[in-house]
Write a protein that binds this ligand. Structure first.
Ligand SMILES: Nc1ncnc2c1ncn2[C@@H]1O[C@H](COP(=O)(O)OP(=O)(O)OP(=O)(O)O)[C@@H](O)[C@H]1O
Ligand SMILES: [Mg+2]
Length: 273
């Protein structure tokens, strides 16, 4: 074979090897740890780097943590703001709170409802003298704001909607006063995650947007009905006040009643899936 062709073949082979090697590294970039291992890692791993997050207004930090063979990023949020009145675009909010504590409370509530695979694991950790929440950095392709901007739609609309209906139930339950498309993240295979609950857990007794409650996952519906105030108090004891827990339970009652009404009107198959 002529030497030039041989040289080309060698080059193509080398490029292919590099590409497949890179793919293998990329595939193994996301460590497969259990939830408990992730919690332990977030609580104990050494912080080896920090930088400002690209999005958001509260200047969260993207930390890199390392322990043993695992190195992974995490989002550190230390906001804990309490104000008697706060002027927002939607109006004045009394007893305004913006707190990292609600991230941890939301994760605890999601665990009770079997929705914790839709949130990153959140723990409380002190870093550089500040208490904050630390969440496992997710393998994100884009967020909802970006999807809207690019006018993209998921290839499997049913699978997408089934995830979104669950997010909507969670949103009404936690009563987030900062619904924001950069807080809905999209990963591989159009998997949806919900992050950032620092302005959630308001004291309203009723869901703010009952029309967002369209359908409900069957397992979620059962877990919603079974949600117990004592279990929620126990799970969120350092993060939610008595009144905040009470308000979650009041909204839960309303959400369940609304779905039950819809079931009696339209039939179970139209509402539950
Ligand atoms: N666990 C995570 N995995 C991947 N990306 C994350 C994670 N946590 C935060 N981010 C990214 O960092 C951004 C800012 O984080 P976060 O939403 O918690 O803070 P924020 O400043 O309060 O934002 P907001 O403007 O919504 O108030 C998010 O919009 C998202 O792009
Ligand atoms: Mg945010």
């Amino acid at each position: 074979m002529n030497p030039l062709r041989l040289w080309w073949r060698g080059l193509i082979f080398a490029v292919l090897l590099c590409l497949t090697g890179r793919l293998i590294v990329l595939a193994s970039d996301e460590p497969t740890l259990t939830k408990e291992q992730i919690k332990h890692f977030l609580l104990t791993a050494k912080v080896v780097n920090s930088k400002e997050a690209k999005k958001g207004i509260t200047h969260t930090l993207r930390l890199t943590l390392s322990a043993g063979t695992v190195t992974h990023d995490a989002s550190f949020q230390s906001i804990d703001e309490h104000k008697a009145t706060m002027q927002l675009s939607a109006g004045t909010e009394l007893n305004f709170v913006d707190s990292y504590r609600y991230n941890i409370a939301a994760y605890g509530l999601a665990e009770l409802l079997g929705l914790d695979d839709m949130l990153p694991v959140y723990v409380e950790r002190k870093w550089q003298g500040k208490e904050g929440s630390l969440s496992w950095w997710l393998p994100v392709k884009m967020d909802e704001a970006e999807r809207h901007k690019q006018k993209l739609t998921a290839p499997d609309p049913d699978a997408w909607n089934n995830q979104m209906y669950k997010i909507r139930v969670l949103d009404q339950l936690v009563s987030d006063s900062d619904p924001n498309l950069t807080n809905v993240l999209i990963g591989e295979d159009w998997k949806i995650w919900r992050i950032d609950f620092t302005r959630a857990f308001r004291l309203n007794k009723d869901p703010k947007d009952p029309n967002d409650l369209v359908r409900c996952d069957r397992q979620l519906f059962e877990k919603l009905k079974a949600l117990d105030a004592n279990a929620l108090t126990e799970k969120t004891k350092q993060y939610l006040s008595k009144d905040e827990v009470k308000a979650v339970m009041q909204r839960r009652d309303k959400i369940v009643a609304q779905f039950q009404k819809m079931i009696s009107e339209k039939g179970e198959k139209e509402v539950l899936y």
